[in-house]
Design a protein around this ligand. Structure first.
Ligand SMILES: [Zn+2]
Length: 478
């Protein structure tokens, strides 16, 4: 990120704010034009950019806990870590709320081409997959460009085979390529089983070319046979394509020992900075505490945990607390179906009317380049003006079509306004859900820029006098 010069902040902020008012008359721009909220917002940026707290939190989580699959022993160690970390930071309140989560163990995952060109493959079982029989499954591959192509296929061609969904994920700053390809991972097993396939393998939902597969959640459907599901590394998917050019009849051997272990108890871990004059009203900033089991859960979502916790800590340490309560929610079991967030929405149903706005950081540690909102359209321009000071931290004021991040994605339908602080996700899907999701992928300077943006957003919203409700009836999905 740019190396911001703190000494020119005030000048930059004044220019920004006067620019927003379309009155570029420099002689009228004086220090007094800054509201006290702007001054504190600017101070929060200075403090965030000169602090390593966000990074220190991710380092602590990835080193002292590491992988923390929902429902596992490590998941509970992560909960204890979070309780202890949040308490040590001196928040006004720290508590946890139990959540029932699905538990699953990965076991081993092996695959190889057994004919005509014998070769081992690099794969990863998809989360929630059933095992193969102990002797594995040996069957011919049938390849599809996309999930839709599999869904449209003649069942006679698929029956008894291993369906291979070969959808490539496009690289994009917003990560939108993931949304286009991920259906093959989550719904491929059901689509393949409906056509009579004995297993499904997918090209990893990722943008890298490393010989490493990307795991992630898949789902079954009642009444449809549960077949094993795994992801291939991109180079292995490429190799299968080259084999298919030479011979249409390729036999794959697949052996998984994954197990669904029923239901386990986990926890949403929550910390609060109590509001000074409207303590019952909540500005929620969240991230998820669980991770996949193959990396150390640094970018997904240790980064988010560090960002929102450090942002709230900056506000906790202000001499004068903002009007509303800032609530940090470290959600349980996001990866296995947004389970902690759904449970939070239920447990707090009576209180959602007092949730002023919510946002989640769950897209790695790349710099934030834009903030979008989903608020009452009548106040949207005023909301943007209130956030003018975020532009000095490199954040553009965006649109009113935010969805807010996975763990708060259900909030707009429950009437709660949301914001999306959009991060540069150009390389996010190189590492996402792989053994390569480790601390070294996080740039501490970019992480601090995120902390600054979340601190500004949370503070400004905790002080705002605007009525953000009701939301527009239909929100455009992005
Ligand atoms: Zn995540």
């Amino acid at each position: 990120m740019k190396n911001y010069n703190k000494q020119i902040f005030a000048g930059m902020l004044l220019a920004t704010i006067s620019g927003c008012q379309n009155q570029p008359n420099d002689t009228q721009v004086t220090q007094t034009e800054l509201s006290s909220n702007d001054i504190i917002s600017q101070k929060l940026v200075n403090q965030a950019l000169s602090s390593t707290l966000g990074y220190d939190i991710v380092e602590s989580l990835t080193v002292e806990v590491g992988p923390r699959l929902a429902g596992s022993e490590k998941d509970l160690i992560a909960v204890e870590w979070a309780m202890s970390k949040l308490n040590s930071l001196g928040f006004d309140k720290v508590y946890k709320e139990s959540v029932q989560v699905p538990a699953w163990s990965r076991g081993h995952a092996k695959a190889s081409i057994i004919s005509p060109f014998e070769q081992p493959l690099v794969i990863s079982a998809l989360g929630g997959s059933v095992a193969t029989p102990e002797s594995g499954i040996q069957a011919t591959i049938i390849r599809f460009d996309t999930l839709a192509a599999l869904q449209a296929a003649d069942p006679a061609l698929v029956k008894g085979k291993i369906a291979f969904i070969d959808h490539k994920t496009e690289r994009h700053i917003s990560g939108k390529g993931y949304g286009q390809s991920v259906g093959g991972r989550s719904r491929g097993a059901v689509a393949a089983a409906e056509k009579g396939a004995v297993a499904v393998v997918i090209r990893s939902i990722g943008t890298d070319h490393d010989r490493m597969a990307h795991t992630g959640m898949m789902r079954y459907k009642d009444g449809i046979k549960k077949i094993p599901a795994a992801a291939l590394s991109a180079p292995d998917a490429d190799m299968i394509n080259l084999m298919l050019k030479r011979d249409k009849d390729i036999t794959l051997s697949l052996n998984l020992s994954s197990k669904n272990l029923g239901v386990a108890t986990s926890y949403n871990v929550i910390a609060e900075v109590t509001g000074s004059s409207k303590p019952d009203e909540v500005v929620l900033i969240g991230a998820h505490l669980d991770s996949w089991d193959e990396g150390t859960g640094a970018i997904d979502d240790g980064a988010g945990v560090g960002i929102v916790t450090a942002a709230a800590k900056l506000i906790q340490d202000l001499p004068q607390k903002p009007a509303r309560t800032i609530r940090v929610v470290l959600y349980a079991a996001e990866e296995v179906g947004i389970v902690g967030a759904k449970s939070y929405a239920k447990q707090h149903a009576d209180e959602l009317g007092l949730h002023y706005i919510a946002a989640e950081s769950d897209f790695g540690a790349g710099e934030i380049y834009q903030i979008d909102f989903n608020v009452n359209p009548n106040v949207f321009e005023q909301v943007k003006t209130e956030h003018s000071s975020m532009t000095i931290n490199g954040v553009t004021l965006g649109n009113n079509k935010a969805t807010g991040g996975p763990d708060v994605s259900m909030m707009p339908s429950l009437g709660v306004p949301v914001a999306s602080l959009r991060q540069d996700g150009t390389d996010y899907f190189d590492y996402h859900h792989t053994p390569n999701d480790t601390l070294d992928k996080i740039d501490p300077t970019a992480l601090a820029q995120n902390v600054a943006a979340y601190a500004q957003f949370a503070y400004i919203m905790a002080q705002s006098e605007l009525n953000l409700r009701p939301l527009a009836k239909k929100t455009d999905k992005q």
